[in-house]
Design a protein around this ligand. Sequence first.
Ligand code: PLP
Ligand code: COI
Length: 364
Amino acid sequence: MQFETIPHPSPMADDAREAAIADPGFGTVFTDHMVTIDYDEGAEGSVGGGWHSPRIGPREPIALDPAASVLHYAQEIFEGMKAYRLADGELALFRPEENARRFNASARRMAMPELPEELFLEAVNKAVTADAKWFPSVEGGSLYIRPFMFATEAFLGVRPAKQYKFIVILSAAGNYFKSGSPAVSIWQSEYTRAAPGGTGAAKTGGNYAASLVPTGEAFKRGHDQVLFLDAVEKKWVEELGGMNLFFVMRDGSVVTPPLTGTILPGITRNSLITLLGEEGLSVREEPYSIQQWRSDAASGDLVEVMACGTAAVVTPVGKVDSADGEFVIGNGGPGAVTSKIREKLVGIQRGSVDDTHGWVKLVG
Ligand code: PLP
Ligand code: COI
């Protein structure tokens, strides 16, 4: 499919852009362009059953019919990925085909059309290429990439829509956590995020909507993230609002909750399982209870906990608070395994550590 290029009438002036990306934080500084692809069931000359009119143009508001089904029944999915700058100045993506694959897994769960993986990757590459000069030069900076899809059909009956939009926007990003603290502090919520058979493994807006009240509670109490337990027994550790968890034990083993359909199958999680194995640590994907966490932290059997995700990278968890009171992990700061694995991951992503797995893909 041929992408149309719509010229930008007024991209941001160089000095204004430089000021905007000097200290971008996370999620508020957006670039000049966006990619859009439309879907109409059975559209003529389309690919993948109806994708058509791919274009890159100015980032701008979207006109939507007030009956657009996403506004009523939340048929929406998204991805989160980053472009990194390699030592030689080139921009690269980390395992982008995994995001394309997960996007389609989310699409299937939400009764939405799949987007051919090549088209997803081409859209991402085109967006990053168009706005490469928005790459922030701050330490740890990246271009955060947000591909998403939603139902645009004007129809109030409850059924899968027949029209969708796929869009890619970009945001200059620094650190996700603004506290700047060496370890994050989390709040164990009484609310649950996802039940068996639900949408927990899909990256769909509704999961995040459900997390906002507990996240608000966490923030109000001075914590950085919310921790969710399983919805059935309210016992097993699942994940944080936007990150997966790893538990590093004193005996050198590592535990991470298994992918049972109620947590997001993180690409960072998958990468860490490989990297930890290479460091000689055996990773067990098995259930870990909050009681066990508390008692292992107290006994010292648990030495480190890390939270990981695209936005958060690898971040130590220092402290857990809940209705049952607070406990600290290790010395409450970053531990040796967390620091080492973070360095290795970031090194691969930014080209200073050998990419033996072929995870890094140059943009273009
Ligand atoms: N869990 C949730 C709920 C998330 O939103 C994310 C972030 O995307 C992750 C885990 C980590 O996934 P990934 O490593 O693919 O970014
Ligand atoms: C990501 O890590 O990309 C996410 O989507 C998490 C989100 C909470 C920012």
